[in-house]
Design a protein around this ligand. Structure first.
Ligand code: BJ8
Length: 424
């Protein structure tokens, strides 16, 4: 099967030998972490298929879309409005990377004490291993954390970049700036495609993205059941795939999977016995194939019931109202929806503690694991701030800082097992 795509990968200028090595490691990792699970939903077969074709069929679809004149837009942050990308008849692909690949070469472009999420996408580019990066006509950065901002400056020298200015506060002036930025992004997309974006186009974009988010909200709500009807690993995978699969096809698949989940919940069935300790993961995003911590947690006798993260709740919590009838009002509605995102890059980030408590309550979590990628200042700071807030509400929490390396897996396991044992 690998040979079938060699020509395509070669055209994308990938390092074929290193790329084949990467696919083999990924396949083995996926087998160990995902296919070894018992009692999986039938609907997960689609996710297994998508993952097995992550650098194959999906890349072929992108090349076909390009041949039809569509542009591919790569992104690194949930602040980039997919509604407008779809309105421009482009394809949006999430480029965040979760593999320990090309780290040494990445350190030629960004400092050593940069988080692995950044080093990973830089490493993928420098090692010529990511067909999504190589397929992108325009890559959208954003002014969020310092690590990303400075990495985009260097990355712009080797890839076609456009940077959106995400404000750092939620003042009225910041909101006005962001509304203007959304319009500047629309203009950039129009320039790229050579076509104006109409109100009807924006309506279509809003409806498609809302439908996807509604399906993911449905999945999140079903995870409140005890016994937990789906593993945290599978739910994370679904959220990860939502960033690069075709949105309409993906939404249909997730709704079918939720139908299956509803039957399971009604029958009182789950992936672990009723009463299994329930953990909420909170903090930094986990990009494919960063499955290390979920694997450790679910291998320690607990089940993950939610992800308070951008690859999870932070991306799906809010919908864009569909009431606006003219393009300007629609752009404002989109901008305002994105300003609700409670990213730790904001100061102060007042909404986040309440959102975490509400989620932990709704999902009946017995404890919260605060996950911070090594060298991530925004989430490390907020983990410190959250600990007493959770403790005051009687919710046990554990703060973990780790990177993509597997070297600390034994140590993580010891700490997580000890934490799970203390949960009541
Ligand atoms: S909206 S969380 S996707 S910025 S882990 S690169 S913060 S040093 S990813 Fe994020 Fe947008 Fe915010 Fe979400 Fe920096 Fe931290 Fe690294 Fe991070």
């Amino acid at each position: 099967m690998v040979g079938a795509y060699d020509e395509m990968w070669e055209k994308l200028n990938l390092d074929l030998t290193a790329h084949e090595g990467l696919l083999q490691v990924l396949g083995k990792f996926y087998g160990d972490i995902y296919l070894s699970q018992e009692n999986r939903l039938k609907g997960m077969e689609y996710m297994d298929f998508v993952l097995s074709e992550v650098h194959g069929l999906r890349i072929k679809e992108l090349q076909d879309a390009k041949a039809e004149g569509k542009k591919i837009i790569g992104t690194f942050c949930v602040y980039v409005p997919e509604e407008l990308v779809l309105a421009a008849n482009c394809v949006q692909i999430g480029l965040c990377a979760g593999a320990e690949v090309g780290m040494e070469s990445a350190e030629r472009l960004v400092p050593r004490n940069t988080c692995d999420l950044i080093k990973s996408f830089v490493g993928f580019k420098l090692s010529r291993l990511c067909p999504y990066l190589e397929s992108s006509d325009l890559i959208i950065g954003e002014t969020t954390c310092d690590g990303k901002k400075k990495a985009y400056e260097a990355f712009g020298e080797i890839a076609p970049m456009y940077v959106m200015e995400v404000p750092q506060t939620k003042s009225d002036a910041a909101k006005a700036l962001w509304r203007a930025e959304v319009r500047r992004f629309k203009a950039r997309l129009e320039e790229l495609t050579g076509k104006p974006i109409t109100a009807a186009d924006i309506t279509r974009g809003i409806e498609t993205v809302n439908a996807k988010r509604k399906a993911l909200q449905r999945l999140a709500a079903l995870r409140a059941a005890d016994p937990a009807p789906i593993s945290g690993r599978d739910s994370l995978l679904i959220n990860q795939i939502s960033f690069y699969d075709d949105p309409i096809r993906f939404t249909t698949q997730i709704n079918a999977l939720c139908d299956e989940l509803e039957v399971r919940v009604a029958a009182g069935e789950g992936v672990a016995p009723k009463g299994t300790k329930r953990v909420l993961l909170s903090g930094c995003p986990m990009a494919v194939p960063n499955w290390k911590l979920p694997f450790v947690v679910e291998g320690s006798g607990a089940v993950i019931v939610g992800e308070e993260s951008c690859i999870g709740e932070r991306n799906t919590r809010d919908l864009t109202p569909e009431t606006a009838t003219d393009a300007e009002a629609m752009l404002d509605a989109i901008a305002d929806r994105y300003m609700k995102i409670d990213c730790a890059c904001f100061t102060p980030n007042a909404e986040r503690p309440g959102n975490i408590l509400e989620l932990a309550n709704r999902l009946k979590a017995d404890g919260v694991i605060q996950y911070t990628l090594l060298f991530c200042q925004p989430y490390a700071n907020e983990a410190m701030k959250m600990e007493p807030i959770l403790s005051k509400k009687g919710i046990p929490s554990l703060a973990l800082e780790t990177g993509y390396s597997m070297e600390d897996i034994g140590q993580l396991k010891t700490r997580v097992e000890a934490f799970v044992e203390t949960l009541e």
